[in-house]
Design a protein. Structure first.
Length: 181
């Protein structure tokens, strides 16, 4: 039997980060607000949230190493995640834009206090998760924070906010209870 030889050239470099970002944007995601508590609470809109494992229950969120949230998560050792409902685009935009740091950042946003990690959770969200920081991995210009679930709550009937090609949208329930775009 002959062995197949595959020759590969040098790994191509992606030069156009604008095109890369736009291409990544072809993948529809949910929209979350990731939060930390403590003396200086902080929040950040993130669409890089993913369920990882059922046993143990793990989730991940990716955070730019230069973002304020990066040091806040390392410092806090715990975080909250609010999966935004379809009507919460204003909240998503608020936590994605420039705003004061600390308690003033949450002024005008209805929040619940996380019972386990103390992070603010966005009221009216489709789901909430509270996590302790379990592992951190290098992800290029981001860190991949894996959290072990401490608590969760949610409504399967709530329509959710999505993000696709740089725009917010909604995923609505159809009459039969299945999800439809």
């Amino acid at each position: 039997m002959t062995e197949l030889q595959v020759e590969r050239g040098p790994v191509p470099q992606v030069q156009d980060t604008t095109l890369l970002r736009r291409t990544f944007g072809s993948f529809a995601t949910g929209v979350t607000v990731v939060t930390t508590g403590g003396d200086q609470p902080h929040g950040m809109t993130a669409n890089s949230f993913t369920a990882v494992s059922l046993e143990p229950p793990l989730v991940l969120v990716c955070v730019d190493r230069n973002a304020n949230m990066h040091s806040a998560m390392v410092r806090a050792g715990a975080f909250g995640v609010s999966v935004l409902s379809a009507g919460q685009e204003r909240v998503a935009r608020h936590f994605a834009g420039r705003r004061p740091i600390g308690a003033a950042e949450f002024a005008g946003t209805d929040c619940l206090s996380g019972a386990w990690c103390g992070a603010p959770l966005i009221a009216g969200a489709a789901a909430h998760f509270e996590c302790e920081l379990w592992r951190t991995y290098d992800g290029g210009d981001h860190s991949i924070f894996v959290g072990r679930l401490l608590s969760m709550a949610g409504s399967s009937d709530e329509d959710v906010l999505i993000f696709l090609r740089g725009q917010f949208g909604r995923l609505e329930s159809d009459a039969a209870g299945r999800r439809a775009a």
